[in-house]
Ligand binder design. Sequence first.
Ligand SMILES: *[C@@H]1O[C@H](CO)[C@@H](O)[C@H](O)[C@H]1NC(C)=O
Ligand SMILES: *[C@@H]1O[C@H](CO)[C@@H](O)[C@H](O)[C@H]1NC(C)=O
Ligand SMILES: *[C@@H]1O[C@H](CO)[C@@H](O)[C@H](O)[C@H]1NC(C)=O
Ligand SMILES: *[C@@H]1O[C@H](CO)[C@@H](O)[C@H](O)[C@H]1NC(C)=O
Ligand SMILES: *[C@@H]1O[C@H](CO)[C@@H](O)[C@H](O)[C@H]1NC(C)=O
Length: 529
Amino acid sequence: DSRRDSLFSDTMRLSSALLCLFLLTAEVTRSTGSSKCIARNFGYDSVVCECNSTYCDSLSSVTLPPLGRYSSYVSSMVGSRLEAGQGQVQVNGTATLRLTLVPYQKYQKIRGFGGAMTDAAAINILSLSAGAQDQLLRQYFSPEGIGYTVVRVPMASCDFSTHLYTYADTPGDYDLDTFTLAPEDFHMKIPLLQRAQALSSRPLSLLASAWSAPAWLKTNGALIGKGSLKGQPGGKEHKTWARYYIRFLEAYAKYNLTFWAVTTGNEPSAGRMTNYSFQALGFTPEEQRDWVALDLGPALHASSYPHTHILILDDNRLLLPYWAKVVLNDVHAGRWIHGVAVHWYMDSFVPAEISLGVTHHLYPEYYLFGTEACTGWSPLDRGVKLGSWQRAEQYAHDIIEDLNHYVVGWTDWNLALDHTGGPNWVKNFVDSPVIVDAQRDVFYKQPTFYSVAHFSKFLLEGSQRVGVSSSQKTELEHCAFIRPDGSVVLIILNRSSSEIQFEVWDPSVGYIPSTAPAHSLLTLAWNRQ
Ligand SMILES: *[C@@H]1O[C@H](CO)[C@@H](O)[C@H](O)[C@H]1NC(C)=O
Ligand SMILES: *[C@@H]1O[C@H](CO)[C@@H](O)[C@H](O)[C@H]1NC(C)=O
Ligand SMILES: *[C@@H]1O[C@H](CO)[C@@H](O)[C@H](O)[C@H]1NC(C)=O
Ligand SMILES: *[C@@H]1O[C@H](CO)[C@@H](O)[C@H](O)[C@H]1NC(C)=O
Ligand SMILES: *[C@@H]1O[C@H](CO)[C@@H](O)[C@H](O)[C@H]1NC(C)=O
């Protein structure tokens, strides 16, 4: 296979030439405190950054320059990774394409960004040496990392587990006397969540989702396949399933891990599909409505955790606004509910305006929150691709579209996977922003890692989306926020293959001349006072 080898070495030569060029140009603009990407090319359209037990590239913590100057951070297909620069805000504008900040148009406030501590993620993180584990957790959660504050925690097993289990697998145990967390919680997820919390300068917002109820509570007597809770909402199976949630919250609280929110269950539509291949629990929107109204809502309210938010749906936006209408129109259910959780699969087939937009306008008092996204899930584009910029663009496109349609946070799927995209007991292998190579004791930060970082590192909790007006039609995708300290963050995605010149006008500060390189993601930030 020497042709492939020579192609590979050509690519490597080209990429190291690009890397040199990148390092030369980066030298000029890089601010102090940051460290550079050790780039590796695996034959896709861009590179990964390699980290080990003693080294990982980082932007460090971000401080904005004084009024009259701006900061910029660029990542691009040719190899920039959060490359920092600064410039002077201009008095006059000259570009034909102008993006004008419209601060009096105010929209939703950001809750946060994050990923999921699945069994697979925990197994991969713990497969590294202690030093490399620490580097990895710092990348996500410490102040020099990318500012994750949200962690989704599966309640018991999902497909990203090595085997099937729930916390109460003894048939007929309606009192949940045998309820117990799993070794995966005690030895892996809980210690890692505690370490993540210790590294973070802010309290983490933990979010719990269950994939399946115990088999004996279900119509099909199994964790997988088509099945729902036996009986009716208000009945003993539905009550037991609500109590199981409370037992979970109590069990984690013993380890000082308290949850911001629970969802009504992962992808209820999956459990209504014939022969669905992994853990699922089917609900129709009517059943979900009545279970929340009669069981989950009252149980949570009467528990030691009455302030835990309840998020409905936890499934694709394809089901909106229909699902929200059925559940939220009912005051008995709606009074317990705080938000609507959405997954990103098949977003390209469902315009954001008719799903997220319409739901927000019908139910503005309930927030929208992204709870799951990953690349490499589609049969046409399967598994891990080390260094795919195309996938970074898919992430950034989806985040911008969500944020521009009232979503207040975005949660990635597995925090880390191995090079096969697992482990996953049903071989549903996908990609992750961090791919671990335990043999070499290294991990790779994928382009998608930086894609999320352009948002998560800058959009602190409480940042409020504001309007942006464009002087002409453009291929640039963008969203703008005013942070709690009054500074502005504007994120711009250029998915086209040519460079775009433009300027940003903030009427209270001036003009920021800018260029979005081909296939790039740009974060601009500046003070207004
Ligand atoms: C980690 O990576 C850095 C930068 O490539 C390298 O200098 C160092 O030797 C590596 N450390 C280990 C333990 O491999
Ligand atoms: C900016 O515009 C003003 C008014 O149009 C003009 O007087 C001034 O010379 C311009 N300044 C620069 C630096 O071009
Ligand atoms: C519990 O966690 C909080 C942060 O969420 C921390 O401030 C506190 O010190 C922790 N308490 C114990 C006993 O570890
Ligand atoms: C579901 O699985 C059963 C048993 O394996 C099989 O007989 C049936 O044809 C499957 N149904 C569908 C729709 O695939
Ligand atoms: C985006 O990149 C393309 C390709 O380089 C370029 O033509 C275009 O001008 C860029 N867009 C912006 C706004 O810079």
